[in-house]
Write a protein that binds this ligand. Structure first.
Ligand code: FES
Length: 242
């Protein structure tokens, strides 16, 4: 079975990708235009080894478990409700690790391995130190690439080859959780495991495979005092905005 033409269901069975018009994940892993349910972070650990269906099933289960856990604990995280935590990234924001042992720490250029994998991140107000994790529309994928691979349109939005994209898929709002060799080509790209959409960070997050209707929104970066810094608002729509 090939990744390119089959879609795995949560029960571990498969179906042709053409039948996958609707997402198979729980609605809590989907970002909508409405702000009513955007405050939970529903992300799995970043996957770089995409295996056939059983592995994907495990990934989705992990993602769902992550959703439930985060939603349950949300009220205990006072900072999620801090003023500005659900505002979109602002110019001069810094980027911090979204999870792992360094969660909440500022990401430095040296933390990013050339060629990936990406690091999941949140923007953080540089003055107040409020992390903008009150909306999952703010979750980011930060990746460092060889500058010579980045196209002319994308290069001005990169800082020393470092690019930041929304982690929310433009198809049905799942989190983009994989960094894999593309289905049709040799490059390594972002992949959303819900319906196999792929996005190339070298080309402004352009869709290179799958049903996603548009590219991932890119968050322009710059380098200020040797820190990765937000240079402007998102370019492009985030989540399911129409
Ligand atoms: S939500 Fe369908 S491909 Fe991402």
């Amino acid at each position: 079975m090939q990744d390119v033409d089959m879609d795995c269901l949560p029960d571990g069975s498969s179906r042709p990708l053409a039948d996958a018009a609707k997402p198979t994940t729980n609605a809590s892993n989907v970002a909508k235009d409405s702000d009513t349910d955007l405050t939970s972070s529903c992300s799995a650990n970043f996957a770089t080894d995409v295996s056939p269906c059983p592995g994907r099933r495990a990934l989705l289960v992990t993602a769902l478990a992550g959703c439930i856990g985060v939603m349950t604990n949300r009220t205990s995280h006072a900072q999620d409700d801090a003023p500005g935590s659900d505002e979109r990234p602002q110019k001069t924001d810094l980027l911090v690790f979204a999870d792992g042992e360094h969660a909440g720490e500022v990401i430095k250029p040296g933390d990013l391995k050339m060629g990936g994998p990406p690091i999941k991140a949140w923007p953080m107000d540089a003055g107040s130190k409020v992390v903008r994790k009150g909306s999952r529309l703010n979750e980011l994928l930060v990746v460092r690439l060889d500058a010579s691979e980045i196209d002319d349109e994308t290069r001005p939005r990169a800082a020393d080859g470092i690019l930041a994209y929304t982690a929310v898929c433009s198809h049905a709002g799942c989190n983009v959780t994989a960094w894999v060799k593309q289905a049709e080509g040799d490059k390594t790209v972002f992949k959303c495991m819900c319906h196999n959409s792929e996005f190339d960070p070298r080309q402004s997050g352009q869709v290179v495979f799958g049903p996603a209707p548009r590219r991932l929104a890119v968050l322009p970066l710059t380098m200020a005092d040797q820190s990765i810094t937000v240079a402007a608002a998102f370019v492009g729509k985030v989540g399911l905005q129409r």
